[in-house]
Ligand binder design. Structure first.
Ligand code: AMP
Length: 281
């Protein structure tokens, strides 16, 4: 695996690959890699001729008071894992490399409406930060395909919409959420949990499974949401939202909706954990 830190070096390796007509598969990450990230690399390897991965903790997508400074940075360990997974190129730029100008003078990519609901309501500007960095990385890497995790369901939705709206010539591939043996969705932020919180954390996924069961039994969606939030609170979570949406639009489902997605965000001690589950009716 070749690691490059600056844009000029990246452009060189990308140009060489393009000259050979190789299809580039791209996996953007913020590092502190786990098996969920590596499943994206595996998918990219199968679908593309070569795999480019990026590691960049993007300040633009963190709000004030969020964990930008404390976000785990584990580049050496990440490199070993990416190399073992068969990554061809790693792009690991500095903040100055990506944002030479102050953020107030930086062009932004705004995907309206869907960026302001659910997690976007609690984290203003987050998805504009995501859409902007993904656009910039797409322009640098020029991939034929890019792989994202369903773990971040709303993010995936926003990127798909951005790619469609802006006619970006990129195939977006989604990968299922990789979970720990007890059901907890793998996340870099799980490392913030204390041992006691870690034992409780799988209840988040259990709340989704229970809610899905209730929906299939015909329980009213409003009741399902209320019960789920109450159960999470009783387990020690501080529920940010528990929502049931149309899986394709992220809007409140109407009576004809057949594909739903259950989305939850809840604090457990320090970290804010998110998870989701698709339900077909
Ligand atoms: P992050 O490093 O958290 O920005 O995530 C980078 C990519 O990995 C995103 O596309 C995430 O959706 C994906 N990802 C994170 N956690 C998981 C997981 N547990 N299973 C599958 N994909 C994941």
């Amino acid at each position: 695996m070749i690691t490059v830190h600056d844009t000029a070096a990246l452009r060189e390796v990308i140009a060489a690959s393009k000259n050979q007509h190789l299809r580039i598969g791209f996996v953007p990450t913020m590092g502190n890699l786990h098996a969920g990230h590596l499943s994206l690399v595996e998918t990219a390897k199968q679908a593309a001729d070569l795999v480019v991965c990026s590691i960049f903790v993007n300040p633009m997508q963190f709000g004030q008071g969020e964990d930008y400074n404390s976000y785990p940075r584990t580049l050496d360990a990440d490199k070993l894992r990416l190399e073992a997974a068969g990554t061809d190129f790693l792009f690991a730029p500095s903040v100055e490399e990506i944002y030479p100008k102050p953020q107030s003078h930086q062009t932004q990519v705004i995907v309206p409406f869907v960026s302001d609901i659910l997690c976007g309501a609690s984290r203003p500007g987050h998805y504009t930060g995501v859409a902007t960095i993904v656009t910039k990385l797409f322009n640098m890497v020029r991939p034929g395909l890019a792989v994202f995790g369903q773990k971040d369901y709303q993010q995936l939705h926003i990127i798909r919409q951005m790619v469609e709206d802006l006619a970006m010539p990129i195939e977006v591939i989604a990968c299922p959420t990789v979970r720990e043996a007890d059901g907890l969705a793998m996340s870099s932020r799980n490392g913030y949990l204390t041992a006691a919180e870690r034992k409780v954390a799988p209840r988040l996924y259990q709340s989704l499974l229970t809610a899905a069961d209730s929906i299939r039994k015909g329980v009213a969606l409003k009741t399902v949401k209320q019960v789920a939030c109450a159960q999470l609170a009783a387990a020690g979570f501080q529920c940010d939202y528990f929502e049931i949406r149309d899986a394709f639009t992220l809007l409140e489902p109407d009576a004809s909706a057949r594909e739903l997605v259950l989305l939850v965000a809840a604090y457990l001690g320090k970290p804010r954990l998110i998870d989701n589950l698709r339900v077909s009716l």
